[in-house]
Design a protein. Structure first.
Length: 244
């Protein structure tokens, strides 16, 4: 019994310095999802280029289309981009990790590379309002989107979220661009509040989190839970020893 008590006490000493770490989720709201389609039409005597207008459908789309009707006389190219803005909750510690989660619904590409879209982060979110129609410029490459089928996909955005906090921003901005260009086509779709599941930003910190701005409740890390369990076990053993 004495040996067991010593072992448990030693384990508590080893884990006592871990402290309380937490993760917080910030879901992207309906206003924080928006897509816009850029279109280029050309014909024998002229052309038209412009954005068709914002839309918020049952999913977030990232598409590239290309059609030739009378090469090289008439044709159309379309490109649909999606913008996201996620609230940055108040943190009292340091960011140790951050991931953007999306619920992949479908993907297609005719270029054979397996890459369907590209994710960018907006380095300047000073004008963000939480509305994706702010159209923040995604100018920092995060990664290519190459999901292995439908379902949740996590993308590491730690360094970008650290930068957002360092700059004092209240929102994180992202832009999804199609990965293909003429003459290939691609389509990629992920969920939002209207269909599938809404994207969310998950942030890990080495200290407690103050809820707000879309934040969820802090979640203790496994080592912290283990510490509580060890302490409870030690208390039970001491009680048993006293009763014997």
């Amino acid at each position: 019994m004495k040996r067991q008590l010593v072992s448990l006490a030693f384990a508590i000493v080893l884990t006592s310095g871990i402290g309380f770490a937490a993760t917080v989720d910030s879901s992207v709201t309906t206003a924080g999802n928006a897509e816009n389609t850029w279109e280029h039409d050309w014909w024998g005597g002229g052309s038209w280029v412009g954005w068709d207008g914002w839309s918020q459908g049952v999913q977030n789309d990232v598409d590239h289309g290309y059609s030739i009707y009378c090469s090289p006389c008439d044709g159309t190219e379309t490109r649909t981009d999606t913008w996201l803005e996620a609230a940055l909750p108040t943190l009292t510690g340091n960011v140790t990790g951050a991931w953007l989660y999306i619920d992949v619904l479908s993907d297609y590409s005719s270029n054979g590379t397996g890459t369907f879209a590209t994710l960018y982060h907006a380095s300047d979110a000073s004008s963000a309002t939480g509305n994706a129609e702010d159209m923040l410029n995604g100018n920092q490459f995060v990664q290519n989107i190459t999901p292995a089928g439908s379902g949740w996909m996590a993308m590491d955005v730690t360094s970008f979220i650290e930068s957002d906090y360092a700059n004092g921003y209240n929102w994180a901005g992202f832009q999804f661009n199609p990965a293909t260009s003429n003459p290939t086509e691609s389509s990629f779709a992920f969920g939002n509040e209207a269909g599938g599941a809404a994207p969310y930003l998950q942030i890990a910190t080495d200290a407690a989190v103050t809820e707000g701005g879309g934040a969820g409740a802090p979640t203790p890390e496994p080592a912290t839970l283990a510490l509580f369990g060890i302490g409870g076990g030690l208390a039970c053993l001491i009680r048993r020893r006293r009763l014997q």
